[in-house]
Design a protein around this ligand. Sequence first.
Ligand SMILES: Nc1nc2c(c(=O)[nH]1)N[C@H]1C(S)=C(S)[C@@H](COP(=O)(O)OP(=O)(O)OC[C@H]3O[C@@H](n4cnc5c(=O)[nH]c(N)nc54)[C@H](O)[C@@H]3O)O[C@H]1N2
Ligand SMILES: Nc1nc2c(c(=O)[nH]1)N[C@H]1C(S)=C(S)[C@@H](COP(=O)(O)OP(=O)(O)OC[C@H]3O[C@@H](n4cnc5c(=O)[nH]c(N)nc54)[C@H](O)[C@@H]3O)O[C@H]1N2
Ligand code: SF4
Ligand SMILES: [Mo]
Length: 719
Amino acid sequence: MTDGVRTATQPGAGSPEVATHCPYCALQCAMTLRHSAAGIEVLPRQFPTNRGGLCQKGWTAAELLDHPDRLTTPLLRDRPGGELRPASWDEALDRIAAGIRTVQAGHGRDAVAVFGGGGLTNEKAYALGKFARVALRTRHIDYNGRWCMSSAAAAGLRSFGVDRGLPFPLADLGRADTLLLVGANPAETMPPLMRHLADQRRRGGRLIVVDPRLTATARQADLHLQPLPGTDLAVANALLHIALTEGWVDREYVAARTTGFDDVRRTVAGYWPAEVERLSGVPVADLEATARALGTAGSAVILTARGAEQHAKGVDTVSAFVNLALALGLPGRPGSGYGCLTGQGNGQGGREHGQKADQLPGYRRIDDPAARTHVAGVWGVDPDELPGPGVPAYQLLESLGTADGPKALLVFGSNPVVSAPRAAHVESRLRDLDLLVVADFLLSETAALADVVLPVAQWAEEDGTMTNLEGRVLRRRALREPPPGVRTDLAVLAALAHRLQAGAPSYRLSHSRGPLLTPAAGFPTDPREVFEELRRASAGGPADYAGVTWDRIDGAEGVFWPCPDVDGPDSPRLFADSFPTPDGRARFHPVTHRPAAEQVCADYPLHFTTGRVLAQYQSGSQTRRVAALRRAAPDAFVELHPDLADRLGVADGEQVRVVSRRGELCAAARLSPGIRPDTVFAPFHWPGAARANSVTNDAVDPVSGMPEFKICAVRVEKR
Ligand SMILES: Nc1nc2c(c(=O)[nH]1)N[C@H]1C(S)=C(S)[C@@H](COP(=O)(O)OP(=O)(O)OC[C@H]3O[C@@H](n4cnc5c(=O)[nH]c(N)nc54)[C@H](O)[C@@H]3O)O[C@H]1N2
Ligand SMILES: Nc1nc2c(c(=O)[nH]1)N[C@H]1C(S)=C(S)[C@@H](COP(=O)(O)OP(=O)(O)OC[C@H]3O[C@@H](n4cnc5c(=O)[nH]c(N)nc54)[C@H](O)[C@@H]3O)O[C@H]1N2
Ligand code: SF4
Ligand SMILES: [Mo]
């Protein structure tokens, strides 16, 4: 498909319409943006993922472009506790550069930290990682994808040798005889994806949903398993136990394509369905029906999302489902497999190009000497000068402003004051910084705490690429120039690098080979130029983009990585013949159930879990400002079972308080017979008194650093 639109070198500014993709979630629905008499108009566009559909967030996305809350000038705070005031770009950038120099001179390079986002384009994510390692030379960079994708990423890596959310195109879901969705609510989180599920149903396929709540997705299922939050791992092990007993394990596949099955077989032998029923509340009959539907299907897909993954045992939970998929011989078989539904717009690409603490571009490890040499070569620096690995997002935020922690933080594309676990604590850490810089186009709750706020361009004002949940690289296209006073993130990074390099000789890139760079060299502002460098930096790495070009994306419906050669094929489907592990085989990992980090007790007798509603996005900083979305979902709420409400003497719509050891949230009760009576749910899109993350636990997964957003112990009180 040729879109027939302008591309990067003609950024599209002033052109009547461009073919682009939605600014929000990882489905990256295709849309056409155009100028109309009423302003900027969004029209859905046919694409294999959204098939002409857009959700309400996509439809209304253009409203923020000319929103009265849009930031169009830098803001500066002259003294702690003072007000933010408008400032010139020069003043703001000078202040940041001076602040960084002071902090690094006093406390070392690692005293400055960077926090990125999975919504940034590939080009920006790459530039941000390079900026941290080359301009700041700090090891401290991480990003909000840690709270999103990290558990599935770690489990995928250790079993398959690669982390690509879906190792097959989304349309394959329509061909699965059985589809198991674990902790995923795409009817609200990716509505157009449901078109593929409708296909699947039409072809006679079965849909099974595992969720403690009867969600809009679960309502469409043939079977809904309603486990206690945090027991999915045990459920998966029980399913494999049954599959073994019934002889549904694909022994040929296991023998030819995997290693390590014996340990897993021994482990799941102890997961008797009746015991798992007692633990999880899922009836043995439902466990058996699910195992049968998966084990006897011609094709089957198992998908996990945040409900299964956002736990202190998230990695092991995903491994349990990967084990099940491998034992049934699913990965690599047509119409079958395991996948994870990636969340943020560039949740996939954002985790490949170096904004993760332990990572260099191309999904390379920063502690791998060969990777360091390759990337340092592309960057024109000495490999020995590249910092080592930093720490995962929560650990980073928690250390801010402490004796050994960073004293300055630069945030690009996240709003942790609302979205971080144990958010009140994180907020207090941010307040203790010597310098907080936030680049955003709106005054998010985090930006409101900053010493310097930089107004940046929005999605319709810059070109770039995004990698969707299928690993398909797509083109984002600019419809217009940013408004006066606004700069792109790339331009901000270039200007800061310029000041840091020019200002003090010790900050100049030093080179044992190659020439001394001119100021800001290495930080181009043209996204196409950045992408060309990203291609070289990723070449030979697991996420190889060397063969992806903007023109190639334009000439097709995106390009799937890995794609090492411009003239070679891309990779819509992985694992058909082998896995990218040293011996080509997938690896089983035996995993055992363990309780949630926080147990219910007399004072906190209920389980609390969190998630999303259709009309709000993430920290809500964007969608709470869109009129139609605010009308659709104006306020937070606490979902609880009528029996529980009865016991508490709470009526529908009455204000309640949800209290944990960390803090509390206040919102209206929403009674729903669809939720377990021992569990309450709240969405996390609202700040202030209704902030769900005032309540959540900051326990993290030991492997991935994923916080336990999906379970902690609370009590509910009438207000
Ligand atoms: N409308 C909307 N769409 C979005 C987003 C948004 O903010 N709003 N965000 C995007 C992003 S970044 C992401 S990561 C995705 C997330 O997409 P999803 O993972 O679908 O979203 P969540 O609502 O976080 O969680 C899914 C379900 O997990 C259930 N759950 C809670 N605890 C457990 C548990 O212990 N086990 C199981 N099995 N289920 C549990 C919840 O009840 C919830 O229905 O959505 C993307 N799309
Ligand atoms: N309790 C609970 N908490 C959760 C979750 C949960 O399920 N439960 N889910 C977690 C998950 S999966 C995620 S992904 C996080 C997300 O939470 P956040 O990281 O807070 O994500 P957003 O709200 O998308 O924040 C993005 C911010 O960056 C700005 N922005 C958008 N695009 C750009 C850009 O291109 N450049 C710059 N400079 N700024 C930009 C937006 O205006 C917004 O203020 O929340 C996590 N927190
Ligand atoms: S499903 Fe996701 S990508 Fe599609 S329109 Fe909605 S928010 Fe945008
Ligand atoms: Mo996410």
